[in-house]
Ligand binder design. Structure first.
Ligand SMILES: [Fe+2]
Length: 303
């Protein structure tokens, strides 16, 4: 006999436990709205705890552009943010907008969103018993980790420029007749772009007057790793070299042992320019094998 529970908890918008998201995926909807009323007390509590414990570490380790961004977005430390509210502050600054998605977005579509100043944003939040690590992105990673960076003009232009590179890649491979060659080259280019994104936008460090600061969103949204990235003697930190970053494999399930430093967002922008030049010259056609894997959906999204 099934045991009836006296109080039925509403399902809410918890990572991997949200019927609203499951339904959207079944319906093939990538872009969705944020059904704000579905957030439970527990969901808001997870946001509150994540925000409260990391805020002092932002002051200590985050770059100044991020700190200005947190301030100008007026993020509520107590409640999961409404994307509408976030966008009201964000859009006048750089034209960027956070757009709710049901989950994974194939690579080309993701990059193309950046080109159109749109950031695909997860709306679910991690369960309160797993505040430290979750392989999937959640709204804390996306809105507290990424979106404040989008308030900075130079950073926003870099993202747009990076998004344009995906179009360059699609044009370059469109002309290749031999299917096998086309897939082989495209796989390598996507891998190179994913690695560049990982070592900059997700896990980048920046030189500052008083040492190193974090600007990568994977670090900015991790209470443990933001400190580890700057303080731990176990982390290798090197000035970024494009040829190294695009050939360097990474694993997602532990603290990063290798991080790259940029001088400024103008420096980062110039690296994206160089990435595109290398792509056109065929220098990204044979990057070192290894992580990340490039899946069928990513490949098809470029063709
Ligand atoms: Fe991210």
């Amino acid at each position: 006999m099934r045991r009836q529970s006296a109080i039925v908890e509403p399902p809410g918008l918890t990572t991997n436990q949200a019927p609203f998201i499951e339904q959207a995926r079944r319906d093939g909807q990538l872009y969705i709205h944020q059904p704000y009323e579905l957030y439970t007390v527990e969901n808001h509590e997870a946001w509150r705890r994540l925000f409260a414990r990391i805020a002092p570490r932002w002051e200590r380790y985050a770059n100044e552009h991020f700190q200005a961004g947190i301030h100008s977005l007026c993020l509520d430390p107590l409640h999961v943010p409404r994307l509408e509210d976030v966008n009201r502050f964000l859009q006048p600054l750089t034209g960027f907008q956070a757009k709710a998605v049901s989950g994974y977005i194939p690579a080309f579509l993701f990059f193309d969103c950046l080109r159109n100043r749109t950031f695909p944003t997860t709306i679910t939040i991690r369960p309160p018993d797993r505040l430290d690590y979750l392989p999937e992105p959640d709204i804390f990673h996306d809105v507290a980790g990424h979106v404040p960076m989008h308030t900075d003009r130079a950073f926003a232009e870099t993202l747009v420029r990076f998004g344009e590179c995906a179009h360059t890649a699609a044009e370059l491979v469109a002309g290749i007749r031999d299917k096998h060659q086309q897939v082989r080259r495209l796989t390598s280019i996507i891998r190179a772009m994913a690695r560049f994104f990982w070592f900059t936008i997700e896990f980048g460090l920046m030189r500052a007057k008083d040492g190193l600061r974090v600007y990568g969103s994977g670090l900015l949204s991790s209470f443990g790793e933001i400190e580890h990235a700057i303080e731990s003697p176990e982390v290798q930190r090197y000035p970024i070299q494009l040829e190294w970053a695009v050939n360097q494999a990474f694993e997602i399930d532990h603290y990063q042992p290798l991080l790259f430093i940029v001088e400024s967002f103008d420096h980062l922008f110039s690296l994206v320019d160089e990435l595109e030049r290398w792509m056109r010259q065929g220098k990204l056609d044979n990057v070192a094998p290894g992580e990340p894997a490039v899946n069928e959906r990513d490949l098809r999204s470029f063709l």
